[in-house]
Design a protein around this ligand. Sequence first.
Ligand code: FAD
Ligand code: EPU
Length: 339
Amino acid sequence: MSTELSIHNDFDLSTFNTMGVSSKASHFIEISSVSELQKAVRFAQGKKLDILILGGGSNILFKNDFDGLVIYNALKGRDFLSDTELKIAAGENWHELVLFCVEHGLGGIENLSLIPGSVGAAPIQNIGAYGVELENVFLSLEAFIIDSGELKTFTKDECKFGYRESIFKKELKGKAVITSVTLRLSKDHNVNTSYKALSEKLAEKGISEPDIKDISDCVIEIRQSKLPDPKQIGNTGSFFKNPVISVQHFNQLKSEYPDLPSYPVTERQVKVPAGWLIDKAGWKGRKRGDAGVHTKQALVLVNHGNASGEEIWNLATEICLSIKEKFNISLVPEVNIIG
Ligand code: FAD
Ligand code: EPU
């Protein structure tokens, strides 16, 4: 073992994942500079250890212990490249960044308020909420390529963003460590109130010309009313992605379930809310031991105390089978499953 690196063995990850499941990493290191990252990667390569990059642990499910090196990203710092271009180190907290931008009159990410986790994980699934996705403000990112050891800049096109997707979940899965993200924000605010729950909340508050702070406050309020706070009850937000189905399939379902909501994707495809499907199938609030379905949002699986990762996974599998049987729709996890 390198004497310069502080590597922990059999490291308990239960406070490093928001589902709060118990899991141990055979090796764990916290890195706060790119050179520490390079050394950590070299250490893992020397020992032929698998590598897992960990941010806030808010989109990950440890089914088992992790046999390999967990690299916990604590890269910090923010740099203005211009009035509106901000380069942020990957270990910064996402929501703190949103609050900083709102406070400094920088528009663009206010709809993404209160999403847990790190800045570096935001591009992995192109985080999105309330009508906005990261790609709408994304300029570029820097990533350390594990095999070659080079630092590479990725433009927006190179990231291949999609709905809860990017190149880092596909071709480059586990192969690149995002070290910083650069966003292009705006001083001429063009607020996005297209999401129904958001426009309804603004109307309820009598706000007809919202500024970015109003948007951020309303999004926070909506989220707090239906999403569980991981500090109080373990969860990873939406467990599954909203499925995209054919218009034909949708029309069949709609004739049977007239209240099925939908969002257009293309002329031939629509997205339907997985939360609605799971709710309709009767899962809301149900439990299997300490693994459960949240009472206010059926798309969120929760840990009521001592559920193991495997128990959460078994519940997820049971839900998938039930949705397939009832609606002929295959749900796909949004959460990254480890082990
Ligand atoms: P982690 O869980 O630590 O990691 C997620 C994945 O990214 C893992 O595969 C990990 O290996 C990889 N990874 C992490 N950092 C890096 C890096 N620097 N380089 C390379 N790979 C990396 N998501 C949304 O999109 N919209 C929402 O509205 C939303 N709401 C949520 C609400 C709650 C209550 C919770 C708990 C989660 C929610 N999420 C939402 C999911 C989650 O917050 C986001 O996916 C977030 O970006 C994850 O960040 P993290 O740092 O916790 O990532
Ligand atoms: N619904 C139900 N029952 C439920 C849950 C939802 O009927 O138990 C219905 C709602 O009434 C609504 C529809 O389903 O008509 C959509 O619900 P909601 O607005 O809560 O959004 P969602 O589709 O469940 C998505 C994202 C969230 C994001 C919100 C707001 C995915 C997988 N999830 O949730 O992201 O915050 O929209 O934009 O796309 C996450 O990714 O972790 C996450 C929380």
